[in-house]
Design a protein around this ligand. Structure first.
Ligand code: CP
Length: 310
């Protein structure tokens, strides 16, 4: 693969390969001095057409720790605000001879469109409702380290499935590695593709959490809900918020996850989010840097004359 546009199309061995590659960076990132020079001389552009805290920062940190020259383009400072089209922006970035481009965009498919126009590897940092592959990889790494496996685990992905690229990438990744994956959501926020992705659907939160090994909570994405069903936060929390009481339905050693940003008191209660015996939320962020280092390394190998993965 030249690009990493989604989990769709990756073979299970390729997913496991990226997870295995990420393992080496976890301890490395805990060292006081963290510098590897394998991307020395390479230019990495992070083009973010949509806001981000975790993904942008961790891609920047990942590139810098591997020795790349990293530059960020945020939409608010760019000429996109002056009406430049996506394709013209892509051709402009390409003319600067980057060696890898990381892109986030609010339109599904926009990252693929840019990938077709540029000469270097492109990594999808989240496109609309479509995919967020490095998020699913970091989630899988977190689960694998905590539970020592993924196959056979019951994973309940709960909340605003309809608008979630995180859910769509995780359905595919966790399914490919043999987990039993559930979508737990109000009927209006489930979306159309759960059948295609082989996911069991629950509209009752307590039933959906029953016997779960892992619970992954999702943010209610109000910014993508114009004109659509828009539940009140109080009503939503009452029926779909994750509380300590609700957790009783899951396995006693259940792992609680959230990709962030969290809306406390909307989809997750503060007591659950901060319960470090079960919550892996900050660990997910830590795994994100390791996974992004692995992806940047693997995807730039052919440019560096190093044997790639396929
Ligand atoms: N999980 C995630 O993608 O967070 P950001 O939007 O802050 O990057």
């Amino acid at each position: 693969h030249k690009h990493l546009l989604g989990i769709e199309g990756l073979q299970p061995w390729e997913i496991n390969y990226l997870l295995d590659e990420a393992e080496q960076w976890i301890e490395f990132n805990r060292l006081p001095a963290k510098r590897d020079e394998r991307l020395h001389g390479l230019t990495q552009i992070n083009a973010f057409f949509e806001n981000s805290t975790r993904t942008l920062l961790s891609f920047e940190i990942a590139g810098k720790r591997l020795g790349a020259d990293v530059v960020n383009m945020g939409v608010s400072q760019s000429s996109v605000k002056k009406g430049e089209t996506l394709l013209d922006t892509a051709l402009t970035l390409n003319a600067m001879h980057p060696d890898v481009i990381v892109i986030r965009h609010d339109a599904s498919g926009a990252v693929q469109l840019i990938a077709e126009k540029v000469g270097c590897p492109v990594l999808n940092a989240g496109d609309g409702r479509h995919e967020h592959p490095t998020q699913a990889l970091l989630d899988a790494l977190t689960i694998r380290r905590r539970k020592r496996r993924i196959a056979g685990l019951t994973v309940a992905i709960c909340g605003d499935i309809l608008h979630s690229r995180v859910a769509r990438s995780n359905f595919q990744l966790l399914g490919a590695l043999g987990a039993k994956v559930r979508a737990v959501a109000p009927p209006t926020l489930i979306g159309e593709d759960t059948d295609r992705l082989g996911v069991d659907v629950y509209t009752d939160m307590d039933k959906g959490l029953d016997g779960a090994d892992v619970i992954m909570m999702l943010r209610l994405q109000r910014e993508r809900m114009s004109g659509a069903y828009f539940p009140s936060t109080r009503e939503y929390f009452r029926f779909y918020g994750l509380t300590q009481e609700r957790l009783a339905a899951a396995k006693p050693d259940v792992l609680v996850m959230h990709p962030g940003p969290m809306n406390r008191g909307v989809e997750i209660d503060t007591a659950v989010a901060d319960d470090i015996s079960r919550s892996a939320i900050t660990e997910q962020v830590e795994m994100g840097v390791a996974v992004r280092m692995a992806c940047l390394d693997v995807l730039t190998r052919s440019r560096r004359g190093v044997e790639g993965w396929v």
